[in-house]
Design a protein around this ligand. Structure first.
Ligand code: FES
Length: 181
């Protein structure tokens, strides 16, 4: 007698659990993207920190040694992660001998971050955006730039010159207009 009364209750429990399980799985599936969105800044910060200690090869030491006191521009290739994909890009930097020592500096104007270029005829670095002018060592000689082009860190290893953190355009000199001063 007991067996016949227990069976429908067992089936009902089973059905309740199955329905709960299905809804639980559906809830997890639907909330996964939201949780991922909430946690993604943590992963982005980790990625940025990893990038900030990167060294990118620029050129051989022999090539750098051949540079004089007129700046030469190098495009330093590096990879950036955008969501799920990784793409290659490059960072332009000037290399010059200053007092007989190699110096690297950012080519981004310290006014509003436009890319600058060496003008061979005028013998100065020119920013085309608002007429900023720098000498061959990246020092301001005219126009609105508030400070010299930012010097960048480098190291020499196994005959190669490496640039520190090519992706970091914010901390090496130019003012990001979206950030407060
Ligand atoms: S951004 Fe270079 S002078 Fe304004």
């Amino acid at each position: 007698m007991n067996q016949t009364t227990e069976e429908p209750i067992g089936r009902r429990h089973f059905m309740e659990r199955a329905i709960l399980g299905i809804f639980g799985a559906l809830g997890l599936m639907l909330s996964a993207p939201i949780i991922g969105y909430i946690l993604s800044p943590i992963f982005r910060v980790r990625e940025n920190l990893a990038q900030s200690t990167r060294w990118a090869p620029i050129a051989s030491l022999a090539e750098m040694e051949s540079i004089g006191d007129l700046p030469r521009m190098f495009q330093v290739p590096y990879f950036v992660k955008e969501g799920w994909r990784t793409r290659e890009t490059s960072r332009p930097v000037f290399a010059v001998k200053k007092g007989g020592k190699l110096a690297l500096f950012s080519s981004f104007c310290t006014h509003l971050g436009c890319p600058t270029a060496w003008d061979e005829a005028k013998r100065m670095i020119i920013c085309p955006c608002h007429g900023g002018l720098y000498n061959n060592f990246g020092e301001v000689i005219g126009g609105p730039p508030p400070r010299n082009l930012a010097e960048m860190e480098y190291k020499v290893e196994n005959g190669l010159v490496y640039l520190k953190d090519p992706a970091n355009v914010y901390e090496v000199g130019w003012k990001d207009p979206r950030r407060p001063a």
